[in-house]
Design a protein around this ligand. Structure first.
Ligand SMILES: [Zn+2]
Length: 186
């Protein structure tokens, strides 16, 4: 959706990864291993001569949904232990280690290559983004069927929907119908 707010930089990468599936129509960009591989190569997370397997695809989707769970904490949700275990597992499997760059600034880089390493780079991006002030602006849409990760640009961090035009109004209409129903049943 063109009018959904997007973040830039590291946070933008995390947001783009989580939003590779649009749950409302159920369209998943990662619909087969080669699509996953192409996405990771296009973002420089994996070398072009490496590829993804069916097991990698399952793993990547699990990591994606675990990150969605972690973002949910920014919109008042609780993070499930299974999501935390998945993120810790991806960090361990990719063997993330601190690396100091030429400017002396450190970041986490994976020892593993292939999809495991690429997922490590995404976990490292989550780690870096969590240490930035605007991490809490990355939220999940309040519509339970949408759960799109959106960047809350409102001054007081109060946005609840990916777009007011779609999900916001739909949720409002739903509540209105429920209230009307409750009244008519009285
Ligand atoms: Zn939404």
């Amino acid at each position: 959706m063109a009018d959904r707010e997007t973040a830039t930089g590291t946070l933008g990468l995390v947001q783009a990864f989580v939003n590779t599936v649009d749950l409302e129509p159920g369209a998943d960009e990662f619909n087969d291993p080669s699509a996953l591989g192409a996405w990771l190569v296009a973002r420089g997370l994996m070398a072009p001569n490496q590829s993804a397997s069916e097991a990698d695809l399952k793993h990547a989707i699990a990591v994606r949904e675990a990150i969605r769970g972690a973002i949910g904490a920014n919109s008042g949700g609780s993070v499930y232990p299974v999501d935390i275990a998945t993120l810790n597992g991806a960090a361990s499997a990719s063997r993330l280690v601190p690396r100091f760059g030429p400017g002396g600034k450190a970041r986490l880089e994976p020892h593993a290559d292939g999809v495991e390493g690429a997922l490590g780079r995404i976990v490292a991006a989550v780690f870096a983004a969590m240490n930035e002030d605007d991490w809490t602006r990355l939220k999940l849409c309040g519509s339970p069927t949408c759960r799109w990760a959106f960047y809350d640009q409102s001054r007081n961090h109060s946005s609840r929907w990916c777009t007011m035009a779609s999900c916001g109004n739909r949720q409002k209409a739903k509540r209105f119908r429920e209230r009307a129903k409750a009244t008519s049943e009285d």
